[in-house]
Design a protein around this ligand. Structure first.
Ligand code: CMC
Length: 427
């Protein structure tokens, strides 16, 4: 029998179903609340609101657990490639060798962009932030590929999905090349997904370019760790925008914009800028941590804290280890890594951070790796977007697979009650 919760309001008592997830999370189903009572719920940042039932990603923030489709992130990071993880998220199961080959081939086939994208990027200012141009370019894919726009046609959706996964790295690399005044590089489909991205970022037509396998592996790992994170800000944006039945490209473009913010994916750029500022200004770690505690909202310790993780972010643990590994294999000595380690140690012992359960998140060490492999700071969040893409896609598809209405929250109106307009001469 379904467990019930009872809500008493005035002289009315109603029963509400309790929905239980496969990992024991319980939610009060309030879908009929307004119809039965006239009441709505108020939860401005959705911290207590389940917006959907989902089978894609499980997080237990108290215990620091993250799983894609049931598989622990630690195992996926060790045993799978990014494209394999993408397949898992999108299709629900790990691929067989044949399925993976077929998926990889299809993605490879679509890596090239319409030649007019060169004009698109040339129209952008040199210092355009890659997240601005990536979201605009992503939305404009809808104009180039009108044959993959219908969210209710599975074949059109599948082509759109493969196109997006294939083209987002090309779009991101064009943004970078434009910003430094170098020629855009065509994809080289002999390379792996990540190898090809590195080639489009760092090769020029003049010199031979070898993909460094250490860098390739590190970036593949970072993409895996970013691939999905259930109903975060950008994913919820993708779902909400997609619920209007707009096409996939427009929905993902909205997600890219949401990710850009410094409280979300933009934090990775902010972390490295914070570490660079500490190094340049010679501030001590202790002074910076004190500043971050001032609570004036302008000086947070970036890369720390998470809405869901109130224990270690499991991604941060993996990235920290990879960071040491990659830097030592590349023979890079990083002052920024030293500062990051010092800040982490200080914060983890500090009452302010301990009481608020603030731990390093995915963005704390990822920037140090991006920095060590030669990526400019303003590209960091675009790298996050490439990694998060399969998650956005899987969540968008799941929403369409489930019965759903257009996403449309309500509000508690607190403005003026009805009043008459005074003509302008009398105001
Ligand atoms: N440094 C200093 N104080 C902090 C920090 C921080 N990084 N994060 C939270 N706090 C304080 C905050 O001031 C508040 O204190 P008080 O209760 O005294 O007012 C308390 O901790 C709770 O903060 P909140 O903003 O209400 O918590 P939230 O769950 O709404 O926000 C967060 C989560 C990630 C936005 C926040 O921790 C933050 O701004 N962190 C820095 C930015 C960052 O690293 N973002 C990346 C998140 S992980 C990757 C991703 O999602 O993209």
């Amino acid at each position: 029998m379904t467990e019930k919760a009872e809500l008493r309001f005035g002289d009315q008592t109603i029963e509400l179903d309790i929905v239980e997830g496969t990992e024991g999370e319980r939610a009060i189903d309030i879908q009929d609340l307004r119809a039965k009572t006239g009441l709505i719920t108020l939860d401005p940042s959705y911290a207590n609101t389940g917006s959907c039932e989902s089978s894609i990603t499980f997080i237990n923030g108290e215990e620091g657990i993250l799983r894609y489709r049931g598989y622990p992130i630690e195992e996926i990071a060790e045993k799978c490639s990014f494209l394999e993880s993408s397949y898992l998220l999108i299709y629900g199961e790990l691929p067989t060798r044949e399925q993976l080959d077929e998926f990889r081939e299809s993605v490879r086939y679509h890596t090239m962009l319409h030649e007019d994208f060169r004009l698109f990027y040339r129209a952008m200012p040199k210092d355009a932030h890659p997240m601005a141009s990536a979201s605009a370019a992503c939305a404009s894919l809808a104009t180039f590929y009108p044959d993959s726009l219908d969210p209710r046609d599975p074949r059109e959706v599948e082509i759109g999905v493969h196109r997006l996964i294939a083209k987002l790295p090309t779009l991101a690399s064009y943004a970078f090349k434009h910003s430094i005044g170098q020629p855009f590089m065509y994809p080289d489909n002999r390379l792996s997904y990540v190898g090809n991205f590195l080639h489009m970022m760092f090769a020029t037509p003049c010199e031979p370019f070898e993909v460094d396998p250490v860098v390739e592996k590190a970036l593949d790992l970072l993409f895996i760790l970013h691939a999905d994170h259930e109903q975060n800000c950008s994913t919820s944006t993708v779902r909400l925008v997609g619920s209007s039945h707009v096409n996939l490209f427009a929905s993902i473009s909205a997600g890219i914009n949401a990710l850009w913010g410094p409280r979300h994916g933009g934090a990775n750029q902010q972390v490295i800028e914070m570490l660079q500022a500490i190094a340049a200004e010679g501030i001590t770690g202790r002074d910076f941590v004190e500043r971050a505690k001032s609570n004036d909202d302008t000086s947070r310790l970036m890369g720390f804290g998470h809405r869901v993780y109130k224990n270690f972010d499991p991604r941060a643990k993996i990235i920290k280890k990879a960071c040491f590994d990659v830097l030592s294999r590349l023979g890079v000595h990083s002052k920024l890594l030293e500062i990051a380690v010092e800040l982490e140690e200080l914060a983890l012992k500090d009452d302010y951070f301990v009481e608020r359960k603030l731990y390093p998140n995915v963005d704390f060490y990822s920037g140090v790796i991006y920095n060590a492999i030669g990526t400019p700071e303003n590209m960091f969040t675009a790298m996050f977007a490439i990694g998060r893409l399969p998650g956005w896609i899987a969540q968008w598809q799941e929403m369409h697979d489930h019965k759903h209405k257009i996403g449309r929250p309500r509000q508690v109106y607190q403005g003026a009650t009805q009043r008459a307009v005074t003509p302008i001469e009398q105001r």
